[in-house]
Design a protein around this ligand. Structure first.
Ligand code: ADP
Ligand code: MG
Length: 566
């Protein structure tokens, strides 16, 4: 028989709680959104578990969240009949293991109280936000399908306790003992407003005790006081099932925060209902900020999958390609079986066609943003451009679409900002130019100072300045854009095609004859080191430069191969 146990919070959690308790929080009310969001997640998990084990649901089938308050006792309680937590779950999730939001938040801390207090507002931190308004929090929970309940309690300082408790049904009840300066929250009107503001999109009913409407009849009012009646205070329909024109931007934004666990607003979104051969509804969001694990390919990612409004799984990664891994959202299918598993999702023609439709949606959404909101798109590019550059290799079919979304630094703008599209470049091409020239370098400075660019500068021909690690790989995948080949300025005989004037060509020929002796001598000296010595018009200021032959690997690819031990 386990008794009461006192355990310490993990160091990071302690740091976080300290900060939360001691720094001013301008937006205290968000604690309720966090607790409701967790309750809703818990109910989703229960619904899913009940697909296999219907008895989990049958004894208490009306899934809901209840919020109660007591003005005298200065408490608020949030209760759900979801999946619940075991003793070990509580120890793990409410004390020792920091969730991803917490880790990311702690990473961005500056040490400056004021700045950090502001940061916390951007991140939010889930369950622990209860301590913004409470100086004591108790959680009583019973995991579905078990008999034992556990009570977790803490004052949000160094430690917490867990001990056996009594609880009639499955689920979790969180009670907040409000701080003296937060008593205002123990109020029906205030709570209803907060729920409508942040949690209206939650698809299950959030109930509160019905406020007695005075009838004038004292007897009747007394009776009404004895029977507690509840009423639903939110809309309680899954947001994506509602018609687009009835959903406000604020509702879309709150829904995004709920599903993404991001505390910033999304950059943009696209909500679509598809009917016909396949029937599904998708709601896809482009975030503003990159998650800290964007570059970790092993991290779970993907859309939240529902089948006929029943939550099936988070992170269904089969619905979008890897290079769109920054997209968040939900997809609700009407024709997948309720018992779909990750295995079924793989190699399923139905999923494949949904995936290609959803991919197009995202690319179209980005194209629209690029056209209509170039400033927003520039921000997007700074955050996710590097990921999008993986696209042409992964998704050959959409190569052209992706190419239009790419942005580069060029000799035209003459700075390192990647803000020029290939269409911009083509629009500026000189008459007779039929290629897209680019220079590669390890960083912007090296690339832009390449001697190979001298002749381009002299002739006023623009070149893309590529300096990201992935760029050479990207160009190799693209090969051409709008029928124009990409040409590395450092490779092969620089054929400027019609851009070379007849005089230039003649001048080179003559000079080559004249300097034949000199060229021979240089060849003698460098004989093992170079393949060929040529007189060229590439350079205008530097006397000589090394040139790779057309079929050689580029400088960056060589480095990549070297690093791989080749
Ligand atoms: P997140 O919701 O981002 O996972 P939170 O800090 O909000 O992070 O919650 C931490 C974890 O605690 C949840 O992932 C869940 O495992 C557990 N939890 C919190 N509230 C509940 C609840 N009402 N029912 C069941 N589990 C819960
Ligand atoms: Mg949460």
């Amino acid at each position: 028989e386990t008794k009461k146990e006192t355990l310490g919070f993990q160091t990071e959690v302690k740091q976080l709680l300290h900060l939360m308790i001691h720094s001013l929080y301008s937006n205290k009310e968000i604690f309720l959104r966090e607790l409701v969001s967790n309750a809703s997640d818990a109910v989703d998990k229960l619904r899913f578990a009940a697909l296999d084990k219907s008895e989990l649901l049958s004894n208490d089938p009306d899934l809901k969240i209840r919020i109660e308050f007591d003005k005298e006792a200065k408490t608020i309680a949030v209760e759900d009949n979801g999946i619940g937590m075991t003793r070990q779950d509580m120890i793990d999730h409410l004390g020792t293991i920091a969730n991803s939001g917490t880790a990311q938040f702690l990473e961005s801390l500056t040490g400056d109280q004021k700045k950090d207090a502001h940061l916390i507002g951007q991140f939010g931190v889930g369950f622990y936000s209860a301590f913004i308004v409470a100086d004591r929090v108790s959680v009583v929970s019973r995991h579905a399908g078990t008999e034992e309940a556990t009570c977790w309690e803490s004052a949000g300082e160094g430690d917490f306790t867990v001990e056996p408790a009594e609880k009639a049904g499955r689920g979790t009840k969180i009670t907040l003992h409000l701080k003296s300066d937060c008593e205002e929250f123990a109020d029906g009107f205030r709570l209803r407003n907060i729920i409508r503001k942040y949690s209206d999109h939650i698809s299950l009913p959030i109930e509160m005790v019905k406020e007695a409407t005075p009838t004038g009849d004292e007897e009747e009012e007394k009776k009404a006081d004895d029977v507690v009646e509840y009423e639903t205070v939110n809309t309680a329909t899954a947001l994506w099932t509602r018609p687009r024109n009835e959903i406000t931007d604020d509702e879309y934004k709150e829904f995004y925060k709920h599903i993404s666990h991001d505390f910033d607003e999304p950059q943009t979104w696209s909500h679509n209902k598809v009917e016909g051969k396949a029937e599904y509804t998708s709601l896809l969001y482009i975030p503003k900020r990159a998650p800290f694990d964007l570059w970790n390919r092993d991290v779970q990612r993907g859309l939240k999958l529902y089948v006929q409004r029943v939550f099936i799984m988070d992170d269904a990664e089969q619905f979008l390609p890897l290079y769109l891994r920054f997209v968040k959202g939900t997809v609700d299918s009407n024709d997948l079986p309720l018992n779909v598993s990750r295995e079924i999702l793989q190699n399923n023609p139905k999923i494949d066609s949904m995936r290609s439709a959803l991919t197009k949606r995202v690319l179209d959404m980005l194209a629209k943003m690029a056209k209509k909101e170039p400033e927003q798109y520039a921000e997007f590019w700074k955050t996710f451009g590097q990921v999008l550059k993986e696209g042409p290799a992964e998704d050959y079919n959409n190569k052209e679409k992706i190419a239009k979304l790419l942005r580069f630094a060029t000799t035209h703008t003459d700075n390192d900002e990647q803000n020029q599209s290939l269409e911009d470049y083509i629009g500026r091409m000189s008459e007779g130019q039929d290629k897209i020239y680019y220079v590669l370098g390890e960083n912007y400075q090296t690339a832009k100072n390449s001697p190979h660019l001298e002749i381009f500068r002299k002739k006023g021909i623009e070149a893309l300045v590529l300096y990201d690690r992935i760029d050479e790989w990207l160009i190799q995948q693209l090969m051409e854009f709008d029928g124009k080949k990409f040409v590395d300025v450092s490779k092969g005989d620089l054929d400027l095609g019609k851009l070379d004037s007849e005089e230039d060509k003649k001048a080179i020929e003559e000079a080559s004859k004249e300097k034949a002796d000199l060229i021979e001598k240089i060849k003698e000296v460098l004989k093992d080191k170079v393949e060929e010595v040529k007189l060229s018009h590439r350079l205008t200021d530097s006397p000589a430069c090394l040139v790779l032959s057309e079929y050689d690997l580029g400088i960056q690819m060589r480095k990549v191969m070297e690093a791989a031990g080749q």
